[in-house]
Write a protein that binds this ligand. Sequence first.
Ligand SMILES: Cc1ncc(COP(=O)(O)O)c(C=O)c1O
Length: 450
Amino acid sequence: MPTIEQEYIETRPKSRALYERAVRNMPSGVAHDGRVFSPFPFYVERADSARKWDVDGHIYLDCWSGHGALILGHNHPAIVAAITEQAKRGLHYSACHELEVRWAELIRSCVPGAEKVRFTMTGTETTALAVRVARVATGRSKVVKFEGHFHGVHDGLVAAVKDPFEIPMSAGVPKATLASTLVARHNDLALVTELLSDPEVAAVILEPAGGRSMTVPTNPAFLRALRELTRERGVVLIFDEVVTGLRMAPGGAQEYFGVTADLTCLAKAVAGGLPGAALVGRTDLMDTIAFAGDPKRDRTHRVADQGTYSAAPIVAAAGVAALEILKTGEVQRELNRKGDRLRAGMNQVLKTRGILGVVYGASSIFRIHLGADAHALGLEDWTFDAARLDRGMGPLGAKLHLAMLLNGVDYNRGSANGWLNAAMTDADIDQMVDAFDRSLDRLRRENTLP
Ligand SMILES: Cc1ncc(COP(=O)(O)O)c(C=O)c1O
């Protein structure tokens, strides 16, 4: 029998040929760091519903779900109809239009604390804008972020994203810029309290349900304490709900945990799978972007914001279509149930096979860790080491992902996590559990399991 890697290589000749062309034209042959892949990535030809097809004819249950953006699955009929109709009426008007107004109304009706909405295009742009708004509103310059939390790739927030946390996730950022970012540890209120004693702190930003899409989970009690602390200190609390917004509930993690931020960053699900995002929050903060009609204030104390594609009609059409479906919470309730079913099923497989490991997460998000169980990792009592969780399974993670691909399932290889989508049935969840079982069997036969 060939090894997992041999079988992957032998059965994907067209992908291999495309990769050979790609590396001649693109750094590492990819368009996104998260798609770097050894021995070579598979190339997708089309997708529909819960699945995607590669150029060599393999079908994958898609638990990467458009990096989490496709909460309704691929090609949802309402989204396709909205985009198709809008494409006939114009992609971009260089003007205001009704769809953006409707989109903002829908967001406000779903998201707690969303008194005003500013549309952007990506999550990265949105967290950068949030920080700037907080700085102008408070007149202070520093921002507190958490180890293991990702907020996009702009300069200020690349600190402490990945282990080792002392090294920013990207080179090329001046030390002077990083000096205005203070790093806190998950669930450590004493440290945040100490950091907030610096009178220059404008904001605290975090992924409310946990860093890197719940890889490093957040204790809800800590979230509530953080809300109190920031309110007391007059520091702006920013929730990065790029992943969790509209997904955990119509009101995202804020509704799920019952904690409301001052500013919230939305992307992914909010635009129905198209490149669209939004910063939402308290009127007094959001109005730092508004023109007041006083030329001096508007020129010197206003947050400037503009993006060619912000709320482009084609994007707004998809966003409105998605939110009309997501606003009732029905989709999220079903997805959350399926998330529980998936995690329980995969954990049962580990137990039955006697393999040390855990599948954790919440709502419709899962993360796989092999080599230690929830107790040993400190997940049960929130005593975990964020760096250890961030390192995950090391090379075993890539091997498991290859085995899962051979068994017809894809997810985010880098962090061994994934997002369910509404096109997935209970039978699909069971297929995923079965694929996990068969993949572990294959790894065991290759003597790869710890
Ligand atoms: C929590 C979080 N914030 C921000 C971003 C950046 O969003 P974008 O890729 O749209 O720039 C991401 C991307 O995955 C994310 O997961």
